[in-house]
Ligand binder design. Structure first.
Ligand SMILES: Cc1ncc(COP(=O)(O)O)c(C=O)c1O
Length: 425
């Protein structure tokens, strides 16, 4: 019996399903991690994998990036939690505003879920309206406002609304098809009590689904016409697609933005920000309540400052290299699958991609759901056997990091070749 298997049976006795977040589970048991460095993650049995799960997109600079470690280590010597303001919180918010000018003011929080929960409460408080609109398959965290037709783990187990969520809450979350601005417009013609539209500008929780030409511009235009706030959930895309996130990449300006993941490059930190007049609604200055013991804690803040400064310093090489490596990988996988006559689609942008086993273009929740997920699971297992770790579900994305070397990319192509051959059988 492997060490991972033994640990999993121990874990199941004390941790529900043996894991601390549902997306980490796969049959018959997940590998347990011993350590990670750069682009590599090792399990407790000594197996090594090239990591493309990458903290579900958080590790843009790879594991244990030296500038971040040294910054955090020097902060550790000065204390871990003060629950009183610090200069570094101010510096981080200034850095964020500089990278994403639409975020004139930010509140720092710990997780993406907290950020989106606060963004929605702010939108309701600002507009004095009740309902919100989200898109099918977008995932904005594990809280009741947004756990309706959500992507990621919820799509994996086919949950439309979680047990335990109040109908009184979920009925105020209206759901519209991604890439369908006409549907959005007609819902807004009909419904009068809408506070905001929240969306992933690139849908990275349904596999990877790209916004079609003009979709983001149309959403911006429609929300403005109806006087409704637009929230870009950039927990995945912020700092990943560019220093200014997807909003800079596509030149579309939201009213509120949420950040997470790459902001702290592996440390738990997130942020919600937007126009000053909206952000000033937050308590104690305003009446929209938001609070957290660990918000703006100096460890996560120092990690985020080092991450943003490092990304800034590297940006002229960072983003082109990520994009080049991703394109190389994607075009090789596409050629392999085509040569093997495996029906497939690959969606990719910047440093993200996903393969779907289907003949139909994947443009929304239902076309992603129509892909052959069993084939994807077989691919996942084979990739793991061949030393490549991608997220275990079709409804996640493959993330590259700056730590992936050309050698890693070559080995990954070989792993996909061997794995696709097995998938075909
Ligand atoms: C787009 C998006 N928003 C929000 C979240 C929630 O973030 P967290 O898991 O940090 O609560 C996620 C997590 O995967 C996400 O991908």
């Amino acid at each position: 019996m492997s060490k991972s298997e033994r640990l999993f049976s121990r874990a199941r006795r004390v941790i529900p399903s043996g894991i601390n977040s549902p997306v980490r589970y796969y049959d018959p048991y997940p590998f347990f991690v011993s350590k990670a460095d750069g682009s590599i993650i090792w399990d407790v049995d000594g197996n090594r994998y090239i990591d493309y799960c990458n903290g579900y997109g958080a590790l843009l600079l790879g594991h244990r990036r030296k500038e971040i470690l040294s910054h955090v280590l020097s902060q550790l010597k000065k204390g871990t939690l003060y629950c009183a303001p610090t200069q570094i919180e101010v510096e981080l918010s200034e850095l964020i505003s500089k990278s994403l000018p639409s975020m004139q003011k930010t509140r720092l929080v710990n997780t993406g879920s907290e950020a989106t929960m606060t963004a929605i409460r702010l939108a309701r408080g600002f507009t004095k309206r009740k309902k919100i609109i989200k898109f099918e398959g977008c995932y904005h965290g594990a809280h009741d406002y947004v756990l309706v037709k959500a992507g990621s783990g919820a799509a994996n187990i086919g949950l439309s609304v979680s047990d335990g969520s109040l109908e009184e809450v979920s009925k105020n979350t209206l759901v519209v098809q991604y890439n369908n601005s006409q549907e959005l417009d007609s819902v807004l013609q009909r419904e009068k009590d809408i506070a905001c539209v929240i969306m992933e500008p690139v849908l990275a929780n349904m596999g990877l689904v790209l916004p079609q030409k003009n979709f983001l511009n149309d959403v911006r235009k429609i929300t403005s016409e109806h006087n409704i706030l637009l929230i870009f959930d950039e927990v995945v895309t912020g700092f990943r697609m560019s220093m200014g996130g997807a909003q800079t990449y596509f030149s579309v300006k939201p009213d509120i933005t949420t950040l997470g993941k790459a902001l702290g490059n592996g440390f738990p930190i997130a942020a919600v920000g937007g126009r000053s007049e909206i952000m000033d609604m937050l308590s104690p200055g305003g009446k929209v309540y938001q609070a957290s013991t660990f918000a703006g804690n100096p460890i996560s803040v120092s990690a985020a400052i080092a991450s943003v400064n490092t990304m800034n310093k590297l940006k002229s090489r960072l983003y082109p290299q990520l994009e080049r490596s991703c394109m190389k990988l994607v075009s090789a996988i596409r050629d392999l699958a085509s040569d093997m006559k495996i029906p497939h689609q690959i969606n990719s942008i910047s440093s993200m991609f996903q393969i779907f086993f289907t003949n139909m273009p994947v443009v929304d929740y239902s076309s992603a759901k129509a892909a052959d997920t069993e084939k994807f699971t077989r691919l996942f297992r084979e990739l793991l056997r061949n030393g490549v770790f991608v997220a275990p579900s079709q409804f996640e994305t493959v993330f590259l990091s700056y730590a992936h070397s050309n050698e890693n990319i070559r080995k990954t192509i070989t792993a996909y070749e061997k794995s696709l051959k097995m998938v075909k059988q």
